[in-house]
Design a protein around this ligand. Structure first.
Ligand code: ZN
Ligand code: ZN
Length: 226
């Protein structure tokens, strides 16, 4: 079980509700040489000798990040010294994860309920009517086509579906100083709806999302909707 549900009732303000590792995440490219690509922390960094693109705190972080980086290292090397836009890198990582069968990987957000990437909402119909979004995804399609040398790039309709899921379900990963340092998709936390008067706050410990109650909640899954 990736997500961990601690309590379902009598939750007091400040109580921990949920902690979850991301399904996928990327470090913002503007911090590429300042923060570790794996844990997102500021550190003296070592460069990946394969691509010369990603940087890590140490061998341990590099090893930790290899499960995902091995799917992109050769592509990042081939585009150097150019920098891949963050949205394209995130999409490229998602495409590779899906290619490896990760679309059905389950994350439990309580003892009985789980989600997979396939379960995420894409708002496809709304996105394909939004000119700005269509232009963005068309541009990303071109970037990804070049990045992958045209290999295994999905149709533009499939890419728009995945792009929709990414736009709707992404969280800004913030440092302890509340600076946005990356973007991540959390399958369990994606059940949360936006509220103008939220009763839950999301913070981050490294790449892990930490949800805490802002007020007394009887059943936290019954979150206030917008
Ligand atoms: Zn690190
Ligand atoms: Zn590399």
């Amino acid at each position: 079980m990736e997500g961990e549900m601690l309590k379902t009732r009598d939750i007091a303000p400040g109580d921990l509700l949920f902690k979850e590792k991301p399904f996928v995440y990327v470090l913002s490219s503007r911090f590429r040489t300042e923060r570790c690509d794996n844990c997102l922390k500021k550190n003296d960094l070592l460069k990946c000798s394969g691509c010369h693109y990603t940087f890590y705190c140490n061998k341990l972080c590099q090893k930790d990040g290899w499960a995902i980086h091995k799917l992109e290292c050769k592509y990042l090397k081939s585009i150097g010294p150019r920098i891949l836009p963050d949205a394209a890198r995130m999409l490229a990582r998602i495409l590779k994860i899906l290619e490896k069968g990760g679309g059905t990987r389950k994350t439990y957000y309580d003892q009985d309920h789980c989600r997979t990437f396939k379960d995420l909402m894409s708002h496809y119909d709304r996105i394909k009517e939004d000119q700005l979004r269509v232009e963005h995804v068309t541009c990303l399609y071109g970037v990804l086509f070049e990045y992958f040398n045209g290999e295994n790039v999905p149709s533009s309709a499939e890419l728009m579906e995945i792009y929709g899921k990414m736009c709707i379900n992404s969280f800004n990963i913030c440092s302890q100083e509340l600076q946005s340092v990356g973007t991540g998709i959390y399958l369990g936390a994606s059940i949360l709806d936006h509220s103008c008067k939220p009763n839950v706050v999301a913070t981050f410990e490294g790449t892990e999302i930490v949800l805490r109650a802002l007020e007394k909640i009887l059943f936290w899954i019954g979150l206030r909707c917008s």
